[in-house]
Design a protein around this ligand. Structure first.
Ligand code: E4P
Length: 216
């Protein structure tokens, strides 16, 4: 399973990249706003830190506008993945860009039918938002199961990029279902390693080792 960091914070991206566990980054207009950075500049910097796909989202809502923005964004680096919204114009843009060999992430997916459309449009990634789905009284993981089933039925190559991940159980469930990618805030990715029995075990081993008086 690939891990993407859902952030535009350079320090966090560098820290995760140094672990060797980071496969890509996703950003969106809200994350760019939070970073306080210039969109193009920060995207270029992120692309220089990670080798994998870095999603940069268009803000135009019409096809021509999206294509023009995508043209600017894809010039930033070879690993830029153009993020488009789940609209007919977004899907049309997805089709045009992927036919040309550009990576595309279709975002704001909330139904199996929407995911089906993204696959038909040739999307590299589809981003179902599990946390926002849960917030609205649905089970975000049911959505991932639906998409997995649909994609497997037709052997679609579009990768399921589980997004709007809020906690470690979302990651576990996504892995059980077989989603190819998940994107999560850095804090959630770092929390994956934590287990009370691991901490307790290390504490016990350290205490006993100290009693041996040995060094390695
Ligand atoms: C995905 O690419 C989005 O950037 C993100 O996962 C949205 O998450 P949120 O619902 O926590 O804002």
């Amino acid at each position: 399973m690939k891990f993407f960091a859902d952030t535009a914070e350079i320090a966090d991206i560098k820290e995760l990249a140094a672990t060797g566990l980071l496969d890509g980054v996703t950003t969106n207009p809200s994350l760019i706003m939070k970073s306080g950075r210039d969109f193009i500049e920060v995207t270029r910097e992120i692309c220089g830190i990670v080798d994998g796909p870095v999603s940069a989202e268009v803000v135009a809502l019409d096809h021509a506008g999206m294509m023009a923005e995508a043209e600017t964004l894809r010039k930033i680096a070879d690993n830029v993945c153009i993020k488009v919204p789940m609209t007919l114009d977004g899907l049309k843009t997805c089709k045009a860009l992927t036919s040309d060999g550009t990576m595309v992430n279709v975002t704001l997916c909330f139904s199996g039918n929407q995911a089906l459309l993204a696959a038909k449009a040739g999307a590299t990634f589809v981003s179902p938002f599990v946390g926002r789905h849960d917030d609205n009284g649905f089970d975000g993981m049911d959505l991932i199961r639906d998409i997995r089933l649909i994609y497997d039925n037709y052997d679609y190559r579009t990768e399921i990029l589980v997004a709007s991940v809020r906690h470690v159980v979302h990651v576990l469930e996504a892995a059980r279902i077989g989603a190819e990618v998940m994107t999560a805030p850095p804090a959630v990715i770092k929390a994956l390693v934590k287990h009370v029995l691991t901490d307790k075990g290390i504490e016990g081993f350290m205490a006993d080792w100290a009693k041996t008086g040995q060094t390695i």
